[in-house]
Design a protein around this ligand. Structure first.
Ligand code: ARG
Length: 229
């Protein structure tokens, strides 16, 4: 399709890491979410079927999954960073995010300083893990492989707080009202989708579809569907 080579014929094979509601998460036997809808538009434009491969975020953000051919596209609520850009190519940014702090509503914790000496959960390989290591030096950081393990850890009391992107934490707090997002740290992050370094044919399609989704209302409709108004 327009010079785009796909690893599996007729399929847009894409990697993600679950759960990451509302960007991508399991519902019954389906993977659904905001980013899933955007990937579907890209697949449609390629006359291909989207085939999701669920992997660990570490292999996505390091570029390994793309490099070894596990997938042609990586979409995982992934922040564009200079280090990652050395290992694969990013699309244009399509979403703004920031690190945030999730705690129990009755914990009284509202600042990073209050986390000194506490157990704080982060996800392996994420910008949140980097942020916490640099900016919350007094905390006892505990690393988990995915967001599901992180939210379980705060529910069981293994950690007193979670540092992750605002979108998934706000979604969790809405569904679990005993928890609250007390602080957003204004890290000014932007999500991009990844392709193998030099796969400009695919990258151009991704960027074109993302741009078109903004002008034809598809992006806004998906946003409203997954984030409410
Ligand atoms: N935006 C953060 C990062 O890029 C966290 C992404 C985590 N994504 C996931 N699907 N668990 O590091």
């Amino acid at each position: 399709e327009g010079g785009v080579e796909l690893t599996n014929d007729g399929q847009l094979t894409w990697c993600t890491s679950l759960p990451y509601e509302p960007f991508e998460f399991q519902q019954g036997d389906q993977v659904v979410g905001f980013e899933v809808d955007l990937v579907a538009l890209i697949a449609e434009r390629l006359n291909a079927t989207p085939t999701v491969v669920v992997t660990a975020f570490e292999g996505i953000q390091s570029g390994t999954d793309l490099t070894v051919g596990t997938c042609d596209l990586a979409a995982a609520g992934m922040t564009i960073t200079p280090v990652r850009e050395e290992n694969f190519d990013f699309s244009e940014p399509f979403f703004d995010a920031t690190q945030a702090l999730l705690v129990r509503g009755d914990s009284g914790i509202t600042t990073a300083e209050q986390l000194a000496g506490r157990n704080v959960g982060v996800q392996n390989g994420t910008t949140g893990a980097d942020y916490a290591a640099t900016n919350i030096p007094g905390a006892n950081l505990i690393t988990f492989e995915d967001l599901g393990l992180l939210t379980t850890a705060i529910q069981t009391g293994q950690v007193d707080a979670v540092i992750q992107d605002n979108g998934p934490l706000l979604s969790f707090a809405t569904q679990n009202p005993e928890f609250t997002v007390t602080t957003e740290f204004d890290t000014g992050e932007q999500y991009g989708m990844g392709v193998r370094t030099g796969n400009t044919a695919l990258l151009e399609v991704v960027n074109e579809v993302l741009a078109t989704s903004r002008t034809d209302g598809t992006y806004d409709a998906a946003y409203e569907k997954w984030f409410g108004t």
